[in-house]
Write a protein that binds this ligand. Structure first.
Ligand code: G6P
Length: 367
């Protein structure tokens, strides 16, 4: 096999470090600075059809589902179209209502995940329009969709998805931009987001450069049997994806929760033995987030806060992971990258097989 991990100890490590280059590729040729929009020829929809969309429904499994939740926020924020994500594995079993003015989006690295493929077939059987956000060209899901956005992340071997996931997020940003610009999104906002997207590859590089400090922190987190990952609104899918990565490869119990829901149950589990990784960007919710984290601090729960430079944590005893600022809508992907490194280094410390975690397959092609 000509494709190998080279100087890296695992494909996951190689693929994490390839993210800046992969991000450049998914954006290449698709940004229109003049009109502040994106060009996605593969969608096979004209302007009239694009404007007729009243709802966006995103379907994927595992990490693709969590990034789908990030994508739904992007669509709602930029295009102001109601959007949500659902686990593709559940969708077809609840006899979903398929609407002609809903745009269905199937997200998949491999393009072969059976649950996502069967969801696509169910939608098409009932007359719905489905586009794919798919990495593998010519894969089953890509072939079954009415159109789509190829992710151009390059081959991804590690079960834990990194560069494909980042490109899924960027694919959603491009889609949201295009949907937004035929609605209410102004040209100035379109250009602001384009400039933000263009800064992202370099900023992902900056996060990856923190690997040594993150490795040290991950070594300490690896000692815990159980951890929480918490975030709110834009930060919640980030927490879900962070917990997913951590449990997939470190085999520690990692549970994601909305920071706002801590007081409605999980606070009972907080103790000095249960660390919490909290997503606290500088945004509309910073103060509320910090307030909720004081409840953890008061119970001597160890805290790691993924945040921006200069955010006032109000005296919390917390370790900080600082990511670069971008446009708020694009924050989730920069907040996600350090969580990949935490999971990777925890698994490495515990001596696990990084690329092939027990009981899991890269793509699940049987039901
Ligand atoms: C498997 C993997 C997950 C992955 C999911 C979706 O369950 O273990 O890591 O996120 O499939 O894969 P896809 O190829 O559809 O993105």
């Amino acid at each position: 096999d000509a494709y190998d991990a080279g100087e890296h100890d695992s494909f996951m490590h190689k693929e994490m470090l390839e993210q800046p280059a992969a991000a450049e590729r998914v954006l290449r040729g698709r940004l229109d600075e003049r009109f502040g929009t994106a060009h996605l020829g593969g969608l096979n929809m004209d302007a009239r059809e694009t404007r007729a969309i009243r709802r966006v429904k995103i379907l994927g499994c595992g990490s693709a589902y969590y990034v789908g939740q990030m994508g739904a926020s992007l669509v709602e924020e930029l295009a102001r179209i109601p959007a949500d994500a659902e686990a593709a594995s559940e969708f077809r079993y609840r006899n979903p209502i398929i609407e002609p003015d809903t745009l269905y989006v199937a997200v998949s690295q491999s393009g072969e995940t059976i649950d996502t493929l069967l969801a696509v077939q169910e939608i098409r059987r009932k007359g719905g329009r489905v586009i794919g956000l798919v990495n593998v060209v010519g894969s089953a899901i890509a072939r079954e969709c009415d159109g789509g956005i190829y992710l151009h992340a390059g081959p991804e071997v590690a079960v834990a998805s990194t560069k494909a996931l980042t490109n899924m997020f960027l694919g959603f940003a491009l889609l949201a931009l295009q949907l937004g610009r035929v609605r209410d999104l102004s040209i100035a906002d379109g250009r602001r987001l384009i400039a933000g997207l263009q800064r992202l590859p370099g900023q992902i590089e900056e996060v990856l450069a923190q690997e040594d400090a993150l490795a040290e922190l991950a070594g300490r987190l690896a000692e815990a049997e159980s951890l929480f990952f918490v975030g709110r609104v834009r930060g919640f899918p980030v927490a879900r994806e962070g917990a997913q990565k951590f449990k997939e490869i470190s085999y520690r119990h990692a549970e994601a929760y909305q920071t706002s829901e801590l007081k409605h149950g999980p606070l009972a589990l907080i103790s000095p033995e249960v660390p919490t990784v909290a997503i606290v960007p500088e945004d509309e919710l910073t103060d509320r987030n910090v307030g909720a984290l004081h409840e953890i601090d008061a119970r001597r729960g160890p805290l790691v806060v993924v945040t921006h430079d200069g955010v006032d944590l109000g005296g919390l005893a917390a370790e900080r992971i600082v990511v670069p600022r971008n446009e708020r809508e694009l924050d989730p992907i920069l907040l996600t990258v350090p969580l990949q490194l935490l999971a990777y280094h925890a698994a490495l410390r515990l001596g696990h097989d990084i690329d092939k975690p027990r009981n899991l397959a890269k793509s699940v092609t049987v039901e």
